[in-house]
Ligand binder design. Structure first.
Ligand code: GDP
Ligand code: IMO
Ligand code: MG
Length: 425
């Protein structure tokens, strides 16, 4: 097997960062292909915690890490992330696609004003992708051009009327914004020059050689712009297919598609969540799993494992195998259930509703699951290298139940946030 695509199989925060860190050891290139600073990918190793919003989670292995064309970039935030990583003694080997689009402060201001009903991360993601689609945005290659200041001023003219009409700026504010941001962003261009290149070419050359490329998805399949719980989604494609469009993966090169799922479900922001827990049960699970957003710090909504939604995600993203995270957290709570279907008006349905208001109304069909055996960190570590049949019965049967329902195998079990708290079957 040559290349691997890692995608979230739920609504994000499944533990993609941790798994990419684990898999990066065997990889030569690690490539982010969608989203921007809305992502928050946590890697814990040797007692240190790293939260990557932009930089691929292969950074700790000193691998060549790429931000592909499908990523949208706030240069200021990315520079801060590079600086903080460098000052902790690391040397990022980062390459950035010349074609990746730039997030400007006005995108964040638009997002802050209009993103509330979706509960966006406020990072300017939606406005940037929408101006990209309108063909009025700038790319990283524009920031490094000799006439960057002029390019930025010209692009801002295209959005001037909209920014004034939407009361983001008045005329005077716009004029001074235009001056300040064009100089500031051209300055960022100077700093980014050494990083910017034709990243697709690097991926293509690696894919045709013996090198292994690891593609790191952001967000989760159910937040996909086309197939997620629209309009409560992000603004990019989060499917494995997006690695081809936004990361330079090549059709025809053997590829493994690994989906990441928690042993339960979480969601940040607004939108339907059929298996959501309320009250004490929600508090217990949230606290047991420290379920607070890595990007915004918001408390994550928590719920039972929704196998019906997971199976949908597996089918639309073409996921071939699963890594399941946070089994150690699930072991800390009682009353575990798995959702195996939805009812509408008392009748079981056989499709995943595309309509968000309909999905709000579905009644989950649950199967009770025996409580998951709680093991100490040390007991877990003794299971390294063992087979599924060596796991405690409750965990074996949870895994088997999930595999039978979703019809693909769980090949990795994660039982803690650290790199070594991972069992590969
Ligand atoms: P990502 O966005 O998919 O990379 O996930 P996040 O980093 O936003 O959230 C996952 C959180 O779970 C992080 O705090 C991880 O350190 C943590 N985590 C990952 N796997 C496990 C696990 O198996 N057990 C526990 N307890 N924590 C985990
Ligand atoms: P990672 O990569 C969880 C959610 C937001 C909001 C919706 C739209 O860490 O899994 P956006 O700012 O993208 O326009 O917000 O999508 N969202 C995420 N939820 N994990 C993420 O990324 C997310 N990125 C966006 O909370 O509901
Ligand atoms: Mg996250």
């Amino acid at each position: 097997m040559k290349n691997t695509i890692v995608v979230g199989a739920q609504w994000g925060d499944e533990g993609k960062g941790k798994l990419v860190d684990v898999l990066a050891e065997q990889s030569d290139l690690v490539v982010r292909f969608n989203g921007g600073g809305n992502a928050g990918h946590t890697v814990m190793h040797a007692g240190e915690t790293y939260k990557f919003h932009y930089m691929p989670s292969g950074m700790l292995h000193n691998k060549v890490c790429i931000l592909g064309t499908g990523v949208v970039i706030n240069p200021k935030d990315l520079l801060e992330e590079i600086d903080s990583f460098t000052s902790s003694g690391h040397k990022p080997q980062l390459k950035i696609s010349a074609r990746a689009h730039v997030i400007f402060p006005h995108h964040q201001l638009i997002d802050a004003k209009g993103g509330g009903k979706i509960g966006t991360t406020g990072r300017g993601i939606g406005p940037t992708y929408s101006q990209k689609a309108s063909r009025i945005n700038l790319r990283m290659l524009d920031l490094i051009a000799d006439d960057a200041v002029d390019r930025i001023k010209t692009a801002l003219k295209d959005v001037r009327d909209m920014l004034i009409m939407d009361e983001i700026f008045n005329e005077e504010e716009f004029a001074s914004y235009c001056e300040a941001v064009s100089t500031e962003y051209a300055g960022f261009g100077d700093q980014f020059k050494p990083f910017i290149t034709d990243t697709e070419d690097l991926v293509r050359i690696a894919s045709k050689s013996e090198e292994q490329v690891l593609f790191e998805g952001a967000q989760g399949t159910l937040l996909d712009l086309n197939y997620g719980t629209y309009p409560f989604v992000t603004s990019s494609s989060t499917l494995a297919a997006a690695a081809f469009v936004g990361g330079g993966a090549i059709p025809g090169v053997p590829i493994r598609i690994l989906g990441i799922t928690k042993a339960y479900t979480t969601r940040v922001g607004e939108g339907p969540f059929p298996t959501e827990l309320e009250g004490d049960a929600a508090v217990n699970l949230r606290e047991a799993g420290h379920e607070y957003g890595a990007t915004t710090g918001r408390p994550r909504r928590v719920g039972h494992l929704d196998l019906y939604a997971l199976r949908y995600a597996i089918r639309i993203s073409g996921i071939q195998e699963l890594a399941m995270t946070k089994i150690d957290t699930l072991a800390l709570v009682d009353g575990v259930k798995a959702c195996i279907g939805y009812k509408i008006d008392g009748n079981e349905i056989d499709y995943f509703p595309a309509d968000a208001p309909t999905l709000e109304l579905v009644e989950p069909i649950y199967k009770d699951i025996p409580n998951i055996t709680s093991l100490s960190k040390e007991e877990w570590l003794t299971l390294q290298g063992k087979a599924k049949t060596d796991l405690p019965d409750s965990i074996q049967s949870y895994i088997k139940f999930i595999e039978d329902f979703v019809e693909i195998p769980i090949t990795i079990l994660s039982h803690g946030p650290e790199r070594n708290e991972t069992i590969v079957f």
